[in-house]
Ligand binder design. Structure first.
Ligand code: SDX
Length: 429
C-alpha cells in the first residue's frame, strides 16, 4: 500500500502523505495541499472526504459491516441494550456492573424536566413539529444548566458525564412531553424504578390515574430500535454536531443542531416518509409494482432504500426486518404495510435499476413498521431516531472537545459567482 500520493500539478510534482486507519481505510492527507499548490480539493456532498479521524464507529459499506467501538452491531443487538451500548459509544468500553449502575443512576436523577422548562410547552402550538420542539428544548438546556454549557471546553469536559446524562435522559422526557402536549394530555412524570425504554413508554402512555405497563416485547423492541440508531459514523447529523462543536459550542447547542440536520427526509425523516409511502401505495391499490416503476423513472423515491455508504444490505435493516416479524407475531398484529414493504423489497432486490445502483433497504425501511406496532405515532418517528442517536452525537462532541489540536471546521469553496464589479447608482440600473 502506498505511503504517499504523488500529485503532478502545473508540471510540478507534490507528495502527499497517506493515512491508514485501524481497519485498513486509506486516506490522502491534503492538509498541506493549498499551501503547497494553491489548489483545494472539491467534493460536493463529501462522498470522498474524511472530515476527521474517529474511534467511535466503523462502517464497511461494501461488506455491510457496522461496529460500535469494535463490537459488531449484530452482537450488541443480541446481547446488549441501549444504555449499555450508549455507555460503550461514549466511553469506549463496555461498562462494568458498578459503572452501569452509576450511569443508570445518573440517568434516573436527570430524567425530569425542570418545571419552569415545561412552561415552554404552553407556548408551542399543539400541532407544532416535534422535531422543531425537540431542537428548541435541547438548546434551552443551556439556560437551565448553564454550568454544563459554559463554552469553556475544560469546564464542559469536566462536567461531561453530567451533561451527557442530562441530554440522554431528558431527550426522552421532552419527546414524551411533546407527544402529550400534541394530544392535549397532562404530562406524566418519569418514574425512578423504570428502565430507560419502559420509562419512555410510561411517560407516553400512562394517565394520572393509572400507570401504563408496557408488554415486555414492546419495551424490548423499542430498546432494540434505539440501540440500532445509537451511532453511525459521520452521517449528516453527526457531522453537523462535530461542525458546531468545533467552534467550541457546548454539548446542548451541538446536539440541538444535530436534531435539525436529522429532520430532513433524506436523513432521519426517511422513517416517517417510508410509512407515508407505504400508506400511499396501499391507498392507490398498488401492490408496489407501479411504485417501483415510478422510482426507476425518477418520478418517486423509494424511501428507506439506498445509502451513501452501504452498497450492500444495511445490517441494521436486516436486524429490524427480523424483529418486525417477531414483534407483530407476539402482539398478534398483522400490518398490511409490512406485506407491502416485503413485496417492495423483493421486487427492488431483483431489479437491475436498484442492483446496478446498489440500492438496498436501510435502517429506515422497517423501523417505522415496528414503531407503529408499538404505538409510536408517525409524527414522532424521527424524534425516536434522535433519542437513539443521542449517544453517538455526544461521543462525537466529546472527540472534538477533547482534541487539543482540534481546529474550527471551515471548508473552502470554488467561487462561481459574478467576477468583481463596480457599484452602479440606482438611477443608472
Ligand atoms: C439515514 O449517512 C448515514 O449513515 C445515514 C443513516 C444514519 O444512520 O445516520 O444511515 C440514516 O439517513 C439512512 C438514509 C435514509 N434516507 C432514505 O431512505 C431516503 C431515500 N434514499 C435516498 O434519497 C438516497 O439513497 C440517500 C440520500 C440515502 C443517499 O443518496 P446519495 O448517496 O447522494 O445517492 P444519490 O442520490 O446520488 O443516488 C444515486 C443514484 C441516483 O440515480 P442516477 O442519478 O444514478 O440515475 O441512485 C438513485 C438516484 O436517483 N437513488 C434512488 C434512491 N436512492 C438513490 N432511486 C430510487 N429510490 C431511492 N431511494
Amino acid at each position: 500500500m502506498s505511503k504517499n500520493a504523488r500529485l503532478i500539478l502545473d508540471e510540478k510534482e507534490h507528495t502527499l502523505p497517506v493515512i491508514i486507519g485501524t481497519e485498513g481505510e486509506k486516506a490522502i492527507d491534503v492538509r498541506s495541499l493549498r499551501a503547497d499548490t494553491g489548489y483545494i480539493t472539491f467534493d460536493d456532498g463529501y462522498g470522498n472526504t474524511g472530515s476527521c479521524e474517529s474511534e467511535v464507529t466503523f462502517i464497511d459499506g461494501e461488506k455491510g459491516i457496522l461496529r460500535y467501538r469494535g463490537y459488531p452491531i449484530e452482537e450488541l443487538a443480541e446481547h446488549s441494550d441501549f444504555i449499555e451500548s450508549a455507555y460503550l459509544i461514549m466511553n469506549g468500553e463496555l461498562p462494568t456492573r458498578p459503572q452501569r449502575l452509576a450511569f443508570s443512576g445518573l440517568l434516573r436523577e436527570n430524567s425530569a424536566v425542570p418545571v419552569s422548562m415545561s412552561y415552554h410547552f404552553e407556548g408551542f402550538p399543539n400541532e407544532g413539529s416535534p422535531m422543531a420542539i425537540l431542537s428548541a428544548m435541547l438548546s434551552s438546556l443551556a439556560c437551565y444548566f448553564p454550568s454544563l454549557a459554559t463554552n469553556n471546553r475544560e469546564k464542559d469536559l469536566e462536567n461531561f458525564n453530567h451533561a451527557a446524562a442530562v441530554a440522554i435522559s431528558k431527550v426522552r422526557t421532552i419527546a414524551a412531553m411533546t407527544y402529550r402536549m400534541g394530544k392535549g394530555l397532562p404530562f406524566i412524570y418519569p418514574r425512578r424504578d423504570l428502565a430507560y425504554a419502559d420509562n419512555f413508554l410510561h411517560m407516553m402512555f400512562s394517565e394520572p390515574y393509572y400507570d401504563h405497563v408496557p408488554q415486555p416485547e414492546i419495551a424490548r423492541a423499542l430498546n432494540l430500535i434505539l440501540l440500532l440508531h445509537a451511532d453511525h459514523e459521520q452521517n449528516c447529523s453527526t457531522s453537523t454536531v462535530r461542525m458546531v462543536a468545533s467552534s467550541g459550542a457546548n454539548l446542548f447547542a451541538s446536539v440541538a443542531a444535530g436534531v435539525c440536520a436529522l429532520w430532513g427526509p433524506l436523513h432521519g425523516g426517511a422513517n416517517m416518509a417510508v410509512i407515508k409511502m407505504l400508506e400511499q401505495i396501499r391507498a392507490d391499490g398498488d401492490d408496489g409494482t407501479k411504485f417501483i416503476e415510478q422510482a426507476k423513472s425518477g418520478e418517486r423515491r423509494l424511501m428507506g432504500f439506498g445509502h451513501r455508504v452501504y452498497k450492500n444490505y444495511d445490517p441494521r435493516a436486516k436486524i429490524i426486518g427480523k424483529a418486525c416479524d417477531n414483534v407483530l407475531k407476539k402482539l398478534g398484529l398483522n400490518d398490511p404495510l409490512l406485506d407491502i414493504a416485503k413485496k417492495l423489497e423483493e421486487a427492488a432486490l431483483n431489479d437491475d435499476y436498484f442492483l446496478e445502483r446498489k440500492l438496498y433497504p436501510n435502517v429506515d425501511f422497517y423501523s417505522g413498521i415496528i414503531m407503529k406496532a408499538i404505538g409510536i405515532p408517525v409524527e414522532m418517528f424521527t424524534v425516536m431516531f434522535a433519542i437513539g442517536r443521542m449517544p453517538g452525537w455526544i461521543a462525537n462532541w466529546k472527540e472534538i472537545a477533547s482534541n487539543p489540536k482540534g481546529r474550527i471546521s471551515r471548508p473552502r469553496q470554488v467561487y462561481q459567482g459574478p467576477v468583481s464589479r463596480s457599484y452602479v447608482p440606482v438611477e443608472k440600473r
